[in-house]
Design a protein around this ligand. Structure first.
Ligand SMILES: Nc1nc2c(ncn2[C@@H]2O[C@H](COP(=O)(O)OP(=O)(O)OP(=O)(O)O)[C@@H](O)[C@H]2O)c(=O)[nH]1
Ligand SMILES: [Mg+2]
Length: 311
């Protein structure tokens, strides 16, 4: 490794739906974090490793910061705040479709949600790269006033307009991250690109299909638990057998997730299996069961089952 090599942790922080997970996936060139057009998709910290000749950036995707009312959402926001303390650089990602509208309407660019995020980011004292995301759909002249307003609010290391969706601007972003990272040797082998387990990924991909196919409160009342991940025939037969539970909060939700004649559950299963076959690079036998765990988003026991440790 060359002298001057840089290495460290980079947090993707921002409001729900800003495009943090999309940016992580774009940089890694693979789908590590699930995404959706609904807010609060990401629930846990998800780390992926980007290594090139000049640096190793350990990228940490986080749940969107928002005003959280339920116990589940409070735990999610806490994850994001905690990550702020653990990283070397912060990538503050925001949605230009939202902020450009404010510019057009002559409103203050920084809305209360972004202001709260700015406060947390400033308090952490870390270098900040502002990511002005979704420029594929926002005219450039509307992005400049946004960057101007953020530059006045925070001492930025850099501000980069980009499209996480198309990849436009991502190289410039990585160059800024590199210059903000501390000098040091790589922490992970160059071919290790994630700390996420296949089991976690399986549960997340099923959860993503539920986000895409169901409406209203269903995505937010659901978690997925992989009960069995049987790889005994992976080498010999090219097949993995997976059993997973979809857990909802109420019996009425169970009915919706299963659907008329089991139709909805079938759609979720088919979409998930297709993607899992690509991700796991083998055939997948997937069985899904729907179960009720009353008010799990509010119970300590329920939250600890999705990886949180509520006080
Ligand atoms: N047009 C456009 N859409 C984008 C871009 N980046 C993300 N999106 C879309 O914005 C939505 C939210 O993206 P996510 O990556 O899930 O956002 P997030 O910040 O991870 O959201 P949470 O996990 O809920 O905090 C999805 O529908 C994405 O396809 C972009 O650069 N351009
Ligand atoms: Mg996300």
């Amino acid at each position: 490794m060359s002298e001057g090599f840089r290495c460290g942790y980079v947090a993707f922080i921002g409001r729900p739906n800003a495009g943090k997970s999309t940016l992580l996936n774009q940089i890694l060139g693979t789908k590590l974090a699930i995404t959706s057009d609904k807010p609060q998709t990401t629930r846990n910290r998800i780390a992926g490793v980007h290594t090139d000749e000049k640096m190793q950036a350990i990228l940490v995707d986080t749940p969107g910061i928002h005003e959280a009312w339920t116990a589940l959402n409070q735990q999610m926001v806490q994850v994001a705040h905690k990550v702020l303390e653990e990283v070397d650089v912060i990538a503050l990602v925001d949605d230009m479709t939202l902020l450009a509208r404010r510019v057009e309407n002559g409103e203050e660019v920084i809305d209360p949600t972004l202001e709260a995020i700015c406060q947390a980011v400033a308090a952490s004292g870390r270098p900040v790269v502002f990511v002005a995301n979704k420029i594929d759909v926002v005219p450039h002249p509307l992005v400049l006033p946004v960057i101007d307003a953020i530059s006045k609010r925070l001492a930025l290391h850099a501000a980069i307009p980009l499209s996480a969706l198309t990849g436009d601007g991502v190289q410039a972003f990585l160059a800024e991250v590199e210059s903000a990272l501390p000098v040091g040797p790589a922490l992970y082998p160059a071919d290790e690109w994630t700390q996420v387990t296949e089991r976690f990924l399986v549960a997340e991909i099923v959860r993503e299909k539920i986000f895409h196919l169901t409406k209203a409160e269903i995505p937010y009342s659901t978690f997925v638990e992989v009960i069995q991940f049987d790889e005994t025939e992976r080498e010999t037969n090219g097949i993995v057998r997976i059993n997973a539970d979809i857990i909802v909060e109420r019996p009425s939700q169970k009915g919706i997730v299963i659907g008329k004649g089991g139709e909805m559950l079938k759609r979720i299963g088919t979409m998930a299996r297709k993607e899992l076959q690509q991700v796991l690079d083998c055939r997948v036998h997937l069985e899904l069961f729907v179960k009720v765990e009353r008010d799990w988003t509010r119970s300590k026991r329920g939250l600890s089952r999705v990886g949180f440790d509520p006080a």
